[in-house]
Every structure is written in structure tokens, then in C-alpha cells.
Design a protein around this ligand. Structure first.
Ligand code: RFL
Ligand code: PHB
Length: 391
């Protein structure tokens, strides 16, 4: 088979890229190891930057988001005895939206289906070939076990942190940076109305806690736990007790309302960046090229920003043989990637407790600073609410 662009991975990066290319009349084929049901049910990110929402809206993907999503002006930052609201709209004139990645994924899935997008779900043995030529190819076994080869002008690896694309960039060319944090998150989804109007990020001597949400009826909560924590040792009662302690139940009359927990999982915390994000005719986007710990709510937004840069660059290459955009892609994308990598590391190290009491003093000093100095608060707000796509 031959197409213009082969996209590996039907997560948010891959499907949005196929959508943006489709808007320009560029044909692509998407291959994905999982089923459509699986990718649409995967509970992950929950916060969209204003610029992500604007982009989705500009390509016809904003209707349900505006109707069912919830616009937030800011976040709460707290530690025992104190809770402070940072109002991003007042500070930097931008807001964020609560709209689950599951919903973004469903909207993309429907839009691509309506456009007749070719997507091969449940493939195996995906492999990338000839990326140093201008006729690269991807081979895979389709869901019936048949061998398929698709040739194209470009291959885009949107295959997340475990896909094969990263490995297709030779070791002599690539450089990687990373950090594994000495803690993990226990994430829970609960059928209960959120006990807060906007997200609460809480520093506590027992560890970090985050109160997020998915809708008027569904709460999403996280607890800092040991990296090797066993979900089996976290009963629902233990989770709610620990959330109540860390989130300050009873502080100034605030109450955390518990409810039935429908999902529990432990998530590792990692930073990772790979350079370059392009090798020959292979381009990387989203988690395939970089991972951030979730404390800054950046992963999904970075994936969107990558493909927002890549789609016009590929369009210029394919339609006008203009290579300037693809040549600049890696360097341009990485500027934002490193900004978000730093911000996510900064939020993470400010809020997660460590065994070293010196760290705790520095963290509390930093928390007091970002909640009392408008210059510091603006820095946090500018990064959290999102820098312009082309930053
Ligand atoms: P994805 O979503 O991982 O999609 C990659 C897809 O590639 C497929 N794949 C393959 N397909 C074909 N052949 C192969 N060999 C393949 N190998 C893999 C996979 O099955 C998958 O479908 O990457 P993408 O598209 O780059 O999107 C990135 C985001 O999913 C990720 O950054 C965010 O979820 C991160 N994240 C958050 N980001 C935010 O912006 N805001 C948040 O609030 C936020 N919270 C979170 C998060 C991630 C979390 N977890 C679980 C990692 C909260 C959590 C708990
Ligand atoms: C979420 O709602 O899943 C979420 C929100 C904010 C974060 C991380 C995760 O920083």
C-alpha cells in the first residue's frame, strides 16, 4: 500500500495529527496495537490548556468540549493550615479546561470515522523501515494476522513511551535525558461529586495529594505513594482517610466527601526527553519523544503542541516540497518540551515530600513565595495555563 503519511499510534497525538493532515487534504494511515474501545477507555489526563482548547475548536473538535467541559480560572495550592487560590485569568489572562483525555479520544475517534480515516487497530509487530530515504515504510500484522506494508513520504511515531519509533533513531544520532522520581501516584476515580470547584494541589508531611475531577459526578484523586506500592494494600477506607488528612478535611470547615471508588492504579513518575525529534523521514511526537511527571498537567498538551507544529510542516513538504518546516520541527518543538519538562519537574519537586527535612523547608518556602508574590504566581500561572503553541 502507499499513502502520504503513516502514523504509528492512535492516542491523542496520532489521531489529532491524522485529523489536522486530513483538514489539509493529506492522506494518512494510522496503525495501533490496541482496540478502539481500549484507547477510548484509558483514564489519563484531565486538564487542557486554553491553547489546546482553541486548537481543537479551530478544527471542529470543540463543540462537546465547550458544552461538557468545565473552564477553571486557576488552582488551589495548600499545605497544613493554609489554602491559597491562584487565579490564572487575573494573573496571566488565560484559563484551563477540565475535559478528560477519554473524551478527547472519543471526539477524535468519531471525527476520524466520519472522515473515513483508515485506522488499523489491534495490529502487532509494527516495524519502521528505510527512514533515511524519502520512501520510508511501516510493516505490521493486521488483526487477522496478515502482513501489511505501507509506504509513504513520512512516518510519524506517535506510539507513546513503549512504541518502536524511538528505537528507529540510531543510537549514534540520538541523545536522551531522564529522571525517575523516588515516588509514584496512586490514582483513583470515584463516583462522587467533587468536593472542590477547582483542583487542589496539596503539600503534606505524609506526601502530596491532588483533588481533580472529571464531571459534576465524578472525582479524580491522587496520593503520593512509594514507587513499588501495591494497590492491594490500599483499601477504599485507607485511601479516603489519607486523602482527608492530606487535603485538610475539617480545615476552615472544608469537607472531603467520600464515595464509591471505581478504579485504582499506581503510576510511576518519570521525566524523559529524546533529541532529535526527527531522523530523516521519521518524526516523533508526544510521549514517544518525551515524558513528564503529571504534576504540571502537561503531557497531553505537549502532544497536541507537537502535532500542531508538525502538521503544517508536513503539509508544506508534501504540497510544495518546502522542507523548512520539517527541518525546523525538532528544534522548535524541543524549546517548548524543555520548558514543560522544567515546569513539571519544578511542580513535582515542590510538592512531593522526601525523607530529607531540608527539602521540606525549601518546599514550604517556595510554596509561600508562589502564593504571596504576584511575580512568582505569574510564573506558575504562565506555565500551567500554557505558553503559546509556537513558544
Ligand atoms: P499515548 O496516549 O500513549 O498513545 C500512544 C499510542 O501508541 C500505541 N502504540 C502502538 N501502536 C502501533 N504499534 C506499536 N508498536 C505501538 N506501541 C504503542 C499505544 O497503544 C497508544 O495508543 O501517547 P500520545 O498520543 O503521545 O499522548 C500522550 C498522553 O497520553 C500523555 O502525555 C498524557 O496522558 C499525560 N498525562 C497528562 N497530560 C496532561 O496534559 N494533563 C494531565 O492532566 C495529565 N494527567 C497524564 C495524566 C498521564 C497519566 N498516565 C497514566 C501516564 C495523568 C496520568 C495518570
Ligand atoms: C487529572 O485530572 O487526571 C490530573 C489533573 C492535574 C494533574 C494531573 C492529573 O496535574
Amino acid at each position: 500500500m502507499r499513502t502520504e503519511v503513516v502514523i504509528i499510534g492512535a492516542g491523542p497525538a496520532g489521531l489529532l495529527l491524522s485529523h489536522l493532515l486530513g483538514e489539509e487534504g493529506i492522506e494518512s494511515v494510522v496503525v495501533e496495537t490496541r482496540s478502539r474501545e481500549y484507547v477510548e477507555a484509558r483514564v489519563r489526563a484531565g486538564i487542557l490548556e486554553g491553547s489546546t482548547v482553541d486548537l481543537l475548536e479551530s478544527v471542529g473538535l470543540g463543540e462537546r468540549l465547550r458544552r461538557e467541559g468545565d473552564e477553571h480560572r486557576g488552582i488551589y495550592l495548600q499545605w497544613p493550615g493554609e489554602r491559597h487560590h491562584l487565579d490564572f485569568v487575573d494573573l496571566v489572562g488565560r484559563s484551563v479546561w477540565v475535559y478528560g483525555q477519554t473524551e478527547v479520544q472519543k471526539d477524535l475517534g468519531r471525527a476520524r470515522e466520519a472522515a473515513g480515516q483508515e485506522i488499523h487497530y489491534e495490529v502487532s509487530e509494527t516495524a519502521v523501515h528505510d527512514v533515511e530515504s524519502d520512501r520510508p515504510a511501516v510493516t505490521f500484522l493486521d488483526r487477522d494476522g496478515r502482513e501489511v506494508r505501507v509506504e509513504a513520504r513520512a512516518v510519524v511515531g506517535c506510539d507513546g513511551s513503549f512504541g518502536p519509533s524511538r528505537g528507529a533513531v540510531p543510537a549514534t544520532v540520538k541523545q536522551t535525558w531522564g529522571r525517575d522520581y523516588p515516588y509514584a501516584w496512586l490514582g483513583v476515580l470515584a463516583d462522587v461529586a467533587p468536593s472542590t470547584d477547582e483542583l487542589i494541589y496539596a503539600w503534606h508531611p505524609n506526601g502530596f495529594a491532588l483533588h481533580s475531577m472529571r464531571s459534576e459526578h465524578v472525582s479524580r484523586l491522587y496520593l503520593q505513594v512509594e514507587p513499588d506500592a501495591d494497590v492491594g494494600t490500599w483499601s477504599d477506607d485507607r485511601i479516603w482517610d489519607e486523602l482527608a488528612t492530606r487535603l485538610g478535611h475539617g480545615q476552615d470547615g472544608w469537607q472531603l466527601t467520600p464515595g464509591p471508588i471505581t478504579e485504582k492504579n499506581v503510576l510511576p513518575m518519570r521525566s524523559f526527553v529524546m533529541e532529535p525529534m526527527r531522523h530523516g523521514s521519521l518524526f516523533l511526537a508526544g510521549d514517544a519523544a518525551h515524558i513528564v511527571p503529571p504534576t504540571g498537567a502537561k503531557g497531553l498538551n505537549l502532544a497536541v503542541a507537537d502535532v500542531a507544529l508538525l502538521a503544517p510542516a508536513l503539509t508544506a513538504l508534501l504540497r510544495k516540497n518546502d522542507e523548512r518546516g520539517v527541518d525546523a520541527y525538532s528544534e522548535t518543538a524541543l524549546r517548548r518540551v524543555w520548558r514543560c519538562t522544567h515546569f513539571s519537574w519544578w511542580m513535582t519537586t515542590m510538592l512531593h515530600t522526601s525523607p530529607d527535612p531540608f527539602d521540606a523547608q525549601l518546599q514550604q518556602s517556595q510554596l509561600r513565595w508562589v502564593t504571596s508574590s504576584s511575580a512568582a504566581a505569574r510564573g506558575l500561572a504562565e506555565n500551567y495555563a500554557g505558553l503559546p503553541i509556537g513558544f
